[in-house]
Ligand binder design. Structure first.
Ligand code: UDX
Length: 453
């Protein structure tokens, strides 16, 4: 396979994805797209949360020894874990790539390294090896823009902000309010600032790729272009540009598709909070009764480990299953893109991770937004306030609030109107990935850019 690929093109792109589902997926999708355009793809990945090579026989996988402790892979202190990944992986990646660059035949030239912003050590490795590097952002453009404002607000002594300011708009960062700022939400305020500095400061990389759609967030993209003064490629949604192949760490339970087949069109609310969110047992109980009392059919992902202190789906409250019967389906992990594209799904109650957001609006599915941390708050603001395809649900919502939100989205006229707007967005997004449109042109430009190295 390797030699075949080399004959096809002769240019190798090294990808350095971050070991999280929401980061791994879009990076592998980018790899699939670049591969389809003739590049050979090397995926340099940590041992922790490594991708399954069997799902991508067209790529070359290069494991990097990460030496992470159990505490570091638990991400109980995300800053410590991130520092450990970046410290531990630097030397092994450098050694592996140095050997690769040395051994390659002239027609197997390593063109560049494309690295996830969480794997910022890659920039130094690329510089050391005299290779160009390109930063990849798995979240929206406005999120990166907000990082710069957080650093400014911190320098001006405006962070942490007073509760009384939570609903105020942040000057220069429309439409975000102080409460929507993508602060990491763990550790001290100093920890947050340190993390944001690490993630937004790149000095020698020659370009920036963002999994976004230009006409969805034109203003943020333009501002970032001005700020960084390097080529900026808005290429998204990547899942619509890449052919489908599984990137899931967990096994997808496809039985839920059969269950969806039996439901009425647009009647089901799909519920999933992504790969990292952890809730407490009270939240789970309120969710369960909110869903049960709404009267709507629902498909609910309860990811193992997503409830504090337990691995068990038996955490569902007593009497819940009897009450919902066949109206509810729970799974540990769903084939989410297939679910959102299914005609029975009429709404998505989500934590608003950026992948989930793009996947939902690409299928014309309106959302209930319950963001937990970092960029999820920015995405929820876009959904509920700018695009008007999402209802905001406050944290600590109780069963009554949840039931009302579900009925507003799934039954009321308000929800129908949101659904219509979401369908309009779907059409616009489809247009953006067609030949000659913004994301497609951006992809052509990226290809030319890499070939120019
Ligand atoms: C995180 C952040 O929340 C996100 O905003 C950031 O940009 C990337 O990292 P995560 O919290 O996991 O990711 O959410 P999200 O970005 O939505 O990614 C989750 C992915 O898992 C999606 O591609 C979704 O399709 C997939 N998924 C989720 C499944 O395939 N099945 C499920 O049951 C749940």
């Amino acid at each position: 396979m390797k030699n075949q690929e080399t004959q096809r093109h002769g240019r190798v792109v090294v990808l350095v994805p971050a070991p999280f589902q929401g980061h791994m997926t879009p990076m592998l999708q980018l790899g699939t797209i670049l591969h389809s355009r003739g590049f050979s793809i090397v995926v340099a990945h940590t041992e922790f949360n490594s991708p399954n090579p069997l799902n991508h026989p067209e790529f070359i996988f290069l494991p990097i020894s990460d030496n992470l402790t159990a505490h570091e892979t638990s991400f109980k202190n995300p800053l410590d874990s991130l520092l450990a990944i970046n410290n531990n992986c630097k030397a092994p990646l450098q050694e592996n790539l140095a050997q690769m660059v040395e051994k390659k035949a002239p027609n197997e030239q390593v063109s560049c390294i494309i690295y996830d912003s969480l794997m910022y050590f890659s920039e130094a490795v690329a510089s050391h090896l005299n290779l160009p590097s390109i930063l990849f952002r798995a979240s929206c453009a406005l999120n990166l823009l907000a990082y710069h404002d957080i650093l400014r607000l911190h320098a001006e002594g405006q962070l942490p902000f007073q509760d009384s300011k939570a609903q105020d708009l942040v000057p220069g960062l429309y439409p975000l309010r102080f409460k929507d700022l993508p602060l990491p939400g763990f550790g001290t305020s100093e920890d947050s600032v340190k993390l944001i500095q690490l993630l937004s400061n790149f000095t020698t990389s020659s370009a920036l790729i963002c999994n976004t759609v230009d006409n969805l967030e034109h203003s943020a993209v333009s501002k970032l272009q001005q700020h960084y003064q390097v080529p900026f490629f808005s290429i998204g949604p990547l899942h619509k540009l890449a052919s489908a192949s599984s990137t899931s760490f967990l096994k997808e339970d496809t039985n839920c598709i059969e269950w969806l087949d039996k439901q009425a069109p647009r009647s089901v609310i799909y519920v999933s909070f992504g790969s990292l969110t952890i809730m407490n047992k009270t939240d789970l109980t309120e969710m369960a009764w909110g869903l049960a009392n709404s009267g709507q059919p629902f498909l609910w992902v309860i990811r193992p480990g997503s409830v504090h202190g337990s691995e068990l789906t038996e955490l569902l409250p007593e009497g819940f299953e009897e009450k919902v019967g066949e109206r509810g389906c729970t799974v540990k992990w769903a084939p989410q893109k297939e679910v959102l594209a299914h005609g029975a799904v009429g709404g998505f109650w989500s934590h608003c991770g950026w992948n989930s957001t793009l996947e939902s609006i690409s299928e014309g599915v309106p959302m209930i937004c319950k963001p937990y941390f970092v960029d999820q708050k920015v995405n929820a603001r876009y959904l509920s306030y700018i695009w008007n395809v999402g209802l905001e649900l406050e944290n600590d919502s109780e069963r009554g609030d949840i039931e009302r939100a579900i009925r507003r989205l799934m039954v009321d006229k308000e929800g129908d109107e949101m659904r219509q707007r979401a369908i309009d967005m779907k059409d616009k997004i489809e247009a953006c990935v067609q030949k000659g449109s913004s994301s497609y042109s951006s992809l052509n430009n990226l290809q030319e850019f890499i070939l120019s190295f």
